[in-house]
Design a binder for this molecule. Sequence first.
Ligand SMILES: Cc1ncc(COP(=O)(O)O)c(C=O)c1O
Length: 380
Amino acid sequence: MTTHAPAGHAPVHHRDPSALAPEHVRRITPYLPGKPIGELAREFGLKEADIVKLASNENPRGPSPAVRAAIAKATEELCRYPDGNGFELKAALAARYRVAEDQIVLGNGSNDILELVTQAFLQPGDQAVYSRHAFAVYPLATRARGGVCVEVAALDLGHDLPSMHRAITPKTRIVFVANPNNPTGTWLPAAALEAFIASVPEDTLVVLDEAYNEYLRPEQEAPSAEWVQKYPNLIVSRTFSKAYGLAALRVGYGIMHPKVADMLNRVRQPFNVNSLAQAAAVAALADTAYVAESRALNDEGMRQITEALAADGVGFVPSHGNFLLVKVGDGGRVYQRLLEQGVIVRPVANYALPEYLRVTIGLPDENRRFLAALKVALAG
Ligand SMILES: Cc1ncc(COP(=O)(O)O)c(C=O)c1O
């Protein structure tokens, strides 16, 4: 029942309207994003230019000049809907990975691919298996469909594939594997990963999330697109948000069996990837030198940070991504002390890692700012 409120005020509900949502939606714990720079500036009265954000595993260089030019060009057609079929981008991806265009689904970020898989394939009561400390969207997307989360204990903070295999039951529709994993930075070699995929029953989908693939050394990369041709239940997801520096535009993709792609396309919004994102992604994919430079910069920054931490006796988890878990003791307290100094990192207590903070590898100066601020934070 609703009573009339004065003009300009929200109506007063006697009953909590959230009770109208299904139980499985009400039980969702919302995603906690990294704190935006503008928010910290407002909270602490800091200048935005003085703030360092190393909280969301972004490429600190941003997109390449060729990509910026492609975006500028695409702004000439802002009155038009994007190509809902993403023809050019799919053609470029298909050529790159030697798959057919109907094996690719584009997403509003790879997050969209994860959502679409659960939307198309999970029914209430179906199970999804994933590792503890794995990317937070797996349980979110599973719960949103009324699916049952089966979280498997980690091994040295990484995926324990034999235990994950044992967790699969006839009710398991999806297994999520992040390689490398966020936030732990752990990585599974191709041989172990393929043996696992081959061992998963055909009626369970495997989502292999390779959001950080471009940060691996070439010899570490799994031939996952080739695996898609061998394993019809495998979906590989990738993104332009990380090494390609396009997080703001939201564009990712999945590679999969055409019949799986068909199911995802049935539940996908018709125009889920905007035209600036599509143009940018086509240009970014072609600019292989820029990605290689970004990887080299990340390697250098990783070395800069890990060497300094080791010299100071601060623990960390060796990482294969563009981020690092640093062992700080009381993560919440050290996070606050870093914020006070204008440095935003990511607390990971929600990943059952309360003693750690996750820091994204930044530009050399940003890394220095972080290291200096961490010294102060840990001393206090
Ligand atoms: C492991 C992993 N997968 C997927 C994503 C989703 O990224 P996006 O939607 O920007 O592609 C992220 C983002 O942090 C991630 O860490």
